[in-house]
Write a protein that binds this ligand. Structure first.
Ligand code: SAM
Length: 271
């Protein structure tokens, strides 16, 4: 008998969600995203904003592109309810882990993952990393032939091992017993877990999911982590960034490389 495995992620608490009642995409990241849209898609496109929260990014995109339509998908009803309504916007209450089965045959030109992937957390680190990779794979399956995945993340690049800072942060934030201390140190996700990765790790995950990175740009503002925290977490660089990636088949037909890493070295140099 076939079994369907149900993945139940660790959810943010109501108290933690209050901190996400805001838009994380600033003007710099928005400009990077629209630059990629203009170069690859033009004014008419469809998209799904996975972990789109209160929908501010989607609203801004719909206002900038009157020919666009989009879906905001989030697993937090409290955030989804705050969305402004529009006939070009659909709200879907669901988890990212269900991405491969909720849309049926519907396809999108862009799957956005704006500061969302690091919140897709399961009880163990290994399972969490597998979930992040499976969401990227499912995103690829949702794309039209001209489609792309667009992700914004805090890149946590290690001084000694590329992904060690993210691994340490996951260990500290996912342990319930440490929650009061970790919360006092400033982590909103204390007791729930959060999983940041190095830029090279996201590139490898994207390659595994069948993507080539087309564009990479960093924010000029890179956060408020103190020198002590950077040292303890072995951080070399911690910076917000935007990555635009296209499925390898599209990348090849547009003259890209076949190694799944980069199709434009001038715009997306290797990590
Ligand atoms: C840091 S906020 C980013 C919100 C928005 N994308 C932005 O950039 O402003 C993370 C969002 O991911 C959502 N989220 C967390 N886990 C999720 C999951 N498993 N499935 C769908 N959404 C999730 C949260 O509810 C929240 O809206």
């Amino acid at each position: 008998m076939a079994h369907t495995q149900t993945i139940e992620p660790v959810r943010l608490t109501d108290q933690q969600l209050v901190r996400y009642d805001m838009d994380f995409i600033d003007d710099e990241l928005f400009a990077s995203i629209t630059g990629c849209i203009d170069a690859q898609l033009g004014p008419e496109f469809s998209f799904v904003d996975v972990g789109g929260g209160i929908g501010g990014f989607t609203d801004r995109l719909l206002a900038a592109y009157p020919g666009a339509r989009g879906v905001v998908l989030d697993n937090a009803p409290a955030l989804l309810d705050k969305n402004e309504r529009s006939d070009r916007k659909t709200l879907v209450l669901a988890g990212a882990e269900e991405l491969d089965r909720i849309f049926g045959a519907e396809r999108f030109d862009i799957v956005f993952l704006n500061y969302a992937l690091h919140h897709f957390v399961l009880p163990s680190y290994g399972a969490t990393r597998r979930l992040q990779r499976s969401v990227l794979s499912a995103s690829r399956g949702l794309l039209t032939e001209r489609g792309a995945v667009s992700l914004c993340e805090n890149m946590a690049n290690g001084r000694y091992l590329p992904n060690l800072p993210g691994r340490l942060v996951f260990g500290m934030t996912s342990l319930r017993a440490l929650a009061p201390l970790v919360r006092r140190l400033g982590a909103n996700t204390a007791g729930t877990g959060v999983c940041f990765n190095a830029r090279s790790t996201w590139y490898a995950d994207l390659a595994d999911a069948g993507f080539a990175v087309d564009h990479y740009s960093e924010r000029s503002w890179s956060g408020q982590l103190s020198t002590l925290k950077r040292t303890l977490l072995t951080i070399d660089r911690w910076t917000g960034a935007h990555v635009w990636a296209t499925p390898l088949s599209t990348a090849r037909s547009r003259g890209g490389t076949s190694d799944g890493r980069t199709i434009s070295t001038s715009r997306a140099d290797r990590p």
